[in-house]
Write a protein that binds this ligand. Structure first.
Ligand code: A2P
Length: 315
């Protein structure tokens, strides 16, 4: 498996397993299958509401000797209701307890959006907190402290625009090591990708397959199906692989990490194998031409002008 290097020269496997939308009923089996077939990078988050079950799978994997803790790369994310300085470490410790781990390999601020304590998804504007009330710099300072305490080996952010990264970087002792954002051929984010690369920030792409298993409330009508894009199908046929594998290989060839979600053993295996598909320069150029700046996860659910959240991906 190809790896990417953090600034301290330690590495992260280029392809990992996503767990957003993996239900607690099936995720334990899915994690064990994935580890058994060779996945060494698992992406989690407190808000996915399955970390306790994933923790059972990790424990079983370590007990059965399927993998050693130091050979597994585990990411989790701070939810939006725990941005206050005093709430960051308790949230991280809850995640560690659920995952049955002593440390995370990577901890991310999940969104540049703050909520009142205890709010999962806000039902009214007053359940948000503005970034004046809880500045991102305050949250970031606690992330740095958590890293210094050894609770996370690496720290970063998710869903951060260039202006938000600049805000954090201006006050930071340490620049974020990762920005996890939506990424696929229809949303290539070249400007953000280049900014991050220039500043030593790695990128992880989420929703690389279009996250078709999102709830209906999170879907727009007439969303494009990336598996049906003629160019992707053509490249897949040339390599005798599936369109999904081409979509994943694109990231690994481009130089970012990618976290496809699957709870199906066959598709997990297919996705893992995609990390070894070498695309030609011409194929990479052809895929580059597909960019439409299209988001599957459009972020509208967090817009709240009353609290200063207008266009969360660009502001
Ligand atoms: P499943 O979990 O049943 O395999 P994303 O990673 O963009 O969030 O997409 C996840 C969705 O894509 C899930 O519905 C998942 O279903 C499906 N999926 C994962 N791998 C593949 C694949 N290789 N081919 C087709 N669909 C896939």
């Amino acid at each position: 498996m190809k790896t990417l290097k953090f600034r301290d020269n330690s590495s992260i496997p280029a392809l990992g397993l996503g767990t957003w939308k993996s239900s607690p009923e099936v995720v334990k089996r899915a994690i064990l299958d994935a580890i058994e077939m060779g996945y060494r990078h698992i992406d989690c988050a407190a808000i996915y509401q399955n970390e306790d079950v994933i923790g059972e799978a990790f424990k079983e994997a370590f007990d059965r000797g399927l993998v050693k803790r130091e050979d597994l790369f585990v990411t989790s994310k701070l939810w939006n209701d725990s941005h206050k300085a005093s709430d960051v470490r308790p949230a991280l410790k809850k995640t560690l307890k659920d995952l049955q781990l002593d440390y995370l390999d990577l901890y991310l601020i999940h969104w540049p959006v703050a909520f009142q304590p205890g709010v999962g998804f806000p039902e009214s504007p007053d359940q948000f907190a503005s970034l004046e009330e809880i500045p991102l710099e305050e949250t970031w300072a606690e992330m740095e402290a958590a890293k210094a305490d050894g609770l996370a080996k690496h720290i970063g952010v998710s869903n951060f625009s260039i202006p938000k990264l600049k805000t954090v970087m201006a006050a930071a002792k340490e620049v974020p090591e990762m920005n996890q954002v939506e990424g696929h051929p229809l949303l290539q984010q070249n400007e953000l990708f280049n900014f991050c690369t220039d500043n030593g920030i790695l990128i992880t792409a989420y929703s690389p397959l279009g996250s078709t298993d999102r709830s209906a409330a999170m879907k727009a009508e007439d969303e494009p199906n990336m598996f049906e894009l003629p160019k992707i199908k053509e490249i897949a046929a040339a390599h005798e692989v599936s369109p999904a594998q081409v979509l994943l290989a694109w990231h690994v060839n481009r130089g970012n990490t990618v976290i496809p979600k699957s709870t199906n053993k066959d598709r997990q295996a297919q996705n893992l194998a995609a990390a070894n598909i070498a695309l030609t320069d011409q194929e990479m150029d052809e895929i580059a031409s597909l960019d439409r700046h299209f988001r599957y996860v459009n972020g509208k659910f967090f817009e709240n002008p009353q609290k200063g959240y207008v266009n969360i991906y660009d502001d």
